[in-house]
Design a protein around this ligand. Structure first.
Ligand SMILES: C[S@@+](CC[C@H](N)C(=O)[O-])C[C@H]1O[C@@H](n2cnc3c(N)ncnc32)[C@H](O)[C@@H]1O
Length: 288
């Protein structure tokens, strides 16, 4: 009822896709034998969607440069004095995509192919070779664009797919991973134990605070903060009754969810962005 009002005619097809077989991506674990893993995944005809996206963006960019140069050239033939400007414009096209961290690799099967990846196997050191996750979950990690030696905070981190993604960049100078749920934090420990060597694991600081109190509990400043707020878990909600957030008994909690998300966002702001985020937060609150 909620979503049919929100999405109107688009809801039936959204609902069907939520009910369909979930398609996972295989995040390559750079702490394992990368060459062997990528070879095995490529033998299955899976494709690293991140390098594929970079390639596509570069191709699009080159095409648009060529197209612009061609267009400008034909214009300048009509008005010869403008030729120099045309070349300059063609040399500096606007970037089509944000920089993509090349260290992260995630393999998926092509559109329409619902083959499943086998569970990952441990290598000789006992480290698992890839982590199965919804490939879209990596997009926030790519958007974070971690740079060498940056301090990163993952405020709602459990069970840890994105924390693992952040570690794959190999760039973190310091990583703090927090989640209010103690039981889910245990899963975060398990994932790090299975995928990350001890010396790297020891550089990750794991805590179980309410993120809204982060400033009072831990504080510190970070170059990047990932806030993967709790949500309505729609796929789960259309499939199962148990723990369903659309259950009448959880209405209050569901209604308060946007406020919790907002509070987490406001509390986790970087000092330099403080005013900007607060301003946005106030605007959102007013529109609510
Ligand atoms: C969408 S999940 C995070 C998924 C995780 N980032 C990953 O990639 O595996 C949201 C998480 O927020 C946590 N959470 C809910 N309220 C919180 C709060 N007040 N402070 C910190 N974490 C919170 C939940 O326990 C849950 O694990």
């Amino acid at each position: 009822m909620n979503y049919s009002l929100q999405f109107k005619d688009a809801w039936p097809s959204i609902r069907v896709s939520l009910l369909s077989e979930q398609k996972y991506g295989a995040l390559v674990n750079n702490f394992a034998d990368v060459e062997r893993v990528t070879r095995e995944l490529e033998q299955l005809d899976a494709v690293d969607f991140i390098s594929e996206a970079s390639r596509k963006a570069r191709r699009l960019q080159q095409d648009s440069v060529a197209e612009r140069a061609e267009r400008e050239e034909s214009t300048s033939q009509e008005a010869p004095g403008e030729c120099q400007n045309a070349v300059q414009a063609a040399e500096a096209p606007p970037p089509l995509s944000a920089p993509i961290t090349s260290n992260i690799k995630c393999y998926t099967f092509p559109r329409g192919d619902v083959t499943r990846f086998r569970p990952a196997r441990p290598d000789t050191l006992g480290i698992l070779s890839y982590y199965l996750m919804d490939a879209a979950s990596l997009l926030p990690v790519l958007a974070l664009n971690v740079q060498p030696d940056e301090f990163v905070l993952d405020l709602c981190a459990a069970p840890g797919g994105k924390t693992l993604g952040i570690l794959q960049t190999g760039f973190c100078g310091y990583l703090a991973a927090n989640d209010v749920s103690v039981s889910r934090t245990k899963r975060l420990y398990q994932i790090l134990n299975s995928y990350v060597p001890k010396q790297i694991r020891e550089t990750v600081c794991i805590t179980s605070w309410d993120g809204r109190n982060w400033g009072e509990r831990e504080g510190g400043t970070f170059h990047k903060v990932l806030v993967d707020v709790p949500c309505t878990t729609d796929r789960h909600s259309v499939m199962e009754e148990e723990n369903n957030i659309f259950n009448r008994r959880r209405s209050k909690e569901r209604q308060m969810l946007p406020m919790l998300q907002l509070q987490l966002l406001v509390k986790s702001n970087l000092r330099s962005f403080e005013e900007e985020i607060l301003k946005e937060a106030v605007e959102v609150e007013m529109s609510l």
